[in-house]
Design a protein around this ligand. Structure first.
Ligand code: NAD
Length: 365
């Protein structure tokens, strides 16, 4: 049995990944997470009953914390999710993004380099440092084309730039120090346990309260969407089969405009929670969720389109998404309807859903 150190495991993708590891492998998992506004132990509820699960509260940008975690748990796999992740917040307060995403990645890499020196034989041979990154590092596309692993980096938001910086550090630690790294760049995830500032849960919760469903600009910005369980399975396969020094794109072949995503959420809600059955919505005179859709000021520098070519992951890792978009969104909407207590616990009133990212200096920090 190996120990896997998972940073950011109390966040959206991390918590889904930790569940997948415990369910499908024999390994121990230790989560290292600072529990920022986006990290919550409620997302890991129940796992404490598994003797293979451990949790350490700590900051990946703090050298002593990181060194102690490597020394105490002696992992053979590190999966690095921990990051500041909301583009809008990065516009208002970029400092924390550079500190955690760039500085935190450097500390995790440096910790891995030193830890590797203490590993012998097979433990050393199978050590992997998997860095979880985003398709946003590649910049914005026009109507055609898709990102491959060879696409030049051209990040445009502070969030994307901080992730790009982290990706470059990972490559440098592989080339310079021989740390066996893997970088995965994934498109937009949706699914259970996503913090309600992000598009899908924000829309679900606003709709249920009869609040405006805000769509930025003309609603025609395109993203590729992947169910979080498919992302988690891709990361597991990359650890198992990925090449040291390799990089893999994951995407769902599911390009949708933001407006199409919001309309899919509305349609799922019409079936699962008809407005006519809600006193709150009836009192506000809301007959259809689509009537709540409201176009608002666009995000500054809003990338127009992302699209992913995941051919390498399919060929080399034997990976393919299992969820189609329509079924995945319907299941996700049901999950939020059935987990209102989780939503209430993590979002601290409705402040999670306030508008951010209009570029007001110091708006968040
Ligand atoms: P999230 O915001 O839901 O969770 C981030 C987690 O990291 C939280 O648990 C938070 O407490 C923790 N964290 C933040 N700063 C920390 C620090 N300094 N030290 C320790 N822990 C810290 O994020 P997510 O959506 O789950 O994304 C996880 C990773 O996947 C990120 O690296 C992100 O860039 C990447 N990614 C996300 C998406 C997406 O659609 N959500 C797509 C591609 C890649």
């Amino acid at each position: 049995m190996d120990t896997w150190l998972v940073t950011g495991g109390a966040g959206f993708i991390g918590s889904n990944f930790v569940r997948a590891v415990l369910a499908s492998t024999p390994h121990r998992v230790v989560v290292l997470d600072k529990l920022t506004y986006a990290g919550h132990l409620e997302s890991l509820a129940g796992l404490e009953r598994d003797a293979r699960f451990g949790f350490v509260r700590g900051d990946v940008a703090d050298r002593a914390t990181v060194e102690a975690a490597y020394a105490a748990h002696r992992p053979t796999v590190v999966v690095h999710f921990a990051a500041e992740t909301h583009v809008d917040r990065s516009i208002d307060g970029p400092r924390e993004f550079v500190r955690t995403n760039v500085g935190g990645t450097q500390e995790m890499l440096e910790g891995a380099r030193l830890h590797l020196l203490s590993l012998q034989g097979p433990d050393r041979a199978r050590f992997r440092f998997l860095h979880v990154s985003t398709d946003e590092v590649y910049g914005s596309l026009d109507a055609t084309g898709r990102f491959t692993e060879e696409t030049a980096y051209a990040p445009r938001s502070p969030y994307a730039a901080s992730k790009a910086g982290a990706d470059h550090l990972v490559h440098a630690w592989h080339e310079t120090y021989g740390v066996p790294t893997i970088v995965t760049n994934c498109s937009n995830n949706y699914g259970p346990y996503q913090y309600p500032e992000k598009l899908v849960p924000l829309m679900v919760l606003n709709a249920l309260e009869g609040k405006p469903m805000p769509v930025y600009g003309d609603g025609k910005n395109v993203r590729d969407w992947l169910h979080v369980e498919d992302h988690a399975r891709g990361i597991l396969l990359a650890i198992e089969r990925g090449r040291s020094g390799g990089r893999y794109n994951f995407g769902g072949d599911a390009e949708r405009t933001n407006l199409e995503v919001v309309e899919a959420v509305c349609d799922a809600l019409e079936r699962e929670a008809p407005p006519g059955h809600s006193d709150a919505l009836r009192a506000k005179g809301i007959a259809r969720y689509r009537d709540l859709v409201t176009f608002v000021t666009d995000r500054p520098g809003h990338d127009r389109r992302y699209a992913i070519d995941a051919a390498r992951a399919r060929a080399d890792l034997g990976w393919a998404p299992r969820h189609d978009f329509a079924g995945g969104i319907a299941a996700t909407v049901r999950w939020y309807l059935e987990h209102r207590a989780w939503c209430d616990a993590v979002q601290g009133g409705a402040s999670a859903r306030r508008r951010q990212g209009l570029g007001t200096p110091g708006a968040t920090r």
